[in-house]
Design a protein around this ligand. Structure first.
Ligand code: UD1
Ligand code: UDP
Length: 375
């Protein structure tokens, strides 16, 4: 039987981190011969992840431009994918999550009449503008795909409610698989700035980058951070600043004179996963961190108005803190002053899977397309 050739496409830091276990699982599967295509929607943040995991893509569209618009990303990926799909004629294209790379590559596969599988399918907030444009991207992918790999039962229900065509498989989230590769008890930070931080103090990990938070959200969140520092002399923050110039500018304006906020360059993923475990808790608008931190026993305050990861809220591993100054400040202060509440969150069970999602997805692809190739 000829090998089954899935084409895996990703382009940002988070989808690279979560697709790499699937690249490995496909490579290890005797029936699969994967092709890897990076869009290059991110540049340094993507190349860092690829290097750290030793993954060399077969293609890199290298589309990133500083300050790129959503239209830039979408059109460049769509145009770049067409000749690759034409040349490779893969059995199935696989995209991840809700980035513009995923949507544009999915649309390109649809135009090429190539079956499409969606990894991390079915996440929804129900608000098409939050997160923006991710909620629309993943909703559209729900209609473009014939195979949906949903991390949780709730994600499956969202797809059923949308009447998404094709088959749905509940697999767990590959975000949990990655931790097997990255987390080490004796990890030594490769970024020097992290080695200088005193983790015997209560250090809070802060990240914020979402487009919908770039206006009023970030200044309000940063004002809350300053109040927390003012009220809690034993607390410090470590803040890996996203390379988006809009984020970097606002972070500089808010914290230039605040030495207890350690603003550091984006942290490589091995450092990041070990950093989570050394911090007291996480305050973030990131999607991926909401999934990872619970596996590492750290509570998460979600800096958003709504989350597509309600499983974490219901399991008690995360709290929705909102994006206005008072609600962020109060949520953090409650957790900093109530050890019992902190303990309950830190010990709650991660609802996102058992760390074997990628093997399941590879197995499903082998079975599904193996039968077609035999016929
Ligand atoms: C994108 C994803 C978002 C994800 C985020 C992860 C979409 C629509 N959004 O966000 O879901 O949470 O990535 O970080 O796809 N930049 C660099 N170097 C890099 C990466 C980015 O300089 O390696 C700068 C560039 O100026 C770029 C800007 O950051 O223009 C924003 O990057 P972009 O991919 O457009 O980010 P978002 O759309 O905000
Ligand atoms: N991450 C990282 N270094 C950082 C910030 C985040 O390695 O400085 C990792 C994080 O652990 C998670 C992923 O990047 O695996 C999340 O990316 P991001 O927050 O940019 O995007 P989102 O998940 O919100 O789409």
């Amino acid at each position: 039987m000829k090998p089954i050739r899935p084409l895996l496409v990703f382009g940002t830091r988070p989808d690279a981190i979560k697709m790499i276990p699937l690249v490995f699982a496909c490579r290890e599967h005797p029936l699969l011969s994967p092709i890897v295509c990076a869009s290059g929607q991110h540049r340094e943040m993507l190349s860092g992840v690829l290097e750290h995991f030793g993954v060399q893509p077969d293609y890199n569209l290298d589309i990133m431009q500083p300050g790129q618009s959503l239209t830039d990303i979408t059109t460049r990926v769509l145009q770049g994918m067409a000749p690759i799909l034409e040349k490779e004629r893969p059995d199935v294209a696989l995209v991840h999550g809700d980035t513009s790379t995923a949507l544009a590559a999915g649309l390109a596969a649809f135009y090429a009449r190539c079956p499409l599988g969606h990894v991390e399918a079915g996440l929804r907030t129900g608000n098409l503008y939050s997160p923006f444009p991710e909620e629309m991207n993943r909703t559209l992918l729900g209609n473009l795909c014939s195979l949906h790999f949903a991390p949780t039962g709730r994600n499956r229900e969202n797809l059923l409610r949308q009447n998404a065509p094709g088959e749905i498989f509940v697999t767990g989230n590959t975000a949990i698989d990655v931790l097997r590769y990255t987390v080490k008890e004796d990890h030594r930070f490769s970024q020097g700035a992290l080695r200088e931080i005193d983790f015997s103090r209560r250090v809070i990990l802060l990240t914020a980058h979402r487009r919908e938070n770039l206006g009023q959200g970030l200044p309000a969140i940063f004002a809350a951070v300053r109040r927390i520092l003012n009220d809690c002399p034993d607390v410090e923050f470590v803040f890996p600043v996203h390379p988006n110039p809009a984020v970097a500018r606002q972070a500089e304006a808010a914290f230039a004179d605040t030495p207890r906020v350690h603003r550091v360059a984006p942290v490589d993923v091995f450092d990041m996963h070990n950093l989570i475990g050394r911090c007291h808790m996480v305050m973030t608008d990131s999607g991926g961190l909401q999934e990872e931190a619970p596996s590492l026993g750290r509570p998460v305050l979600v800096l958003r108005k709504e989350t597509e990861r309600m499983e974490a809220i219901e399991a008690g591993t995360a709290l929705l803190a909102g994006t206005d100054e008072q609600s962020v400040y109060e949520s953090a202060m409650r957790l900093l002053h109530d050890p019992a509440a902190y303990g309950r969150m830190a010990h709650a069970q991660n609802p996102f899977g058992d760390g074997h999602a990628a093997e399941r997805i590879a197995g499903i692809i082998a079975q599904r397309f193996g039968e077609e190739n035999k016929a």
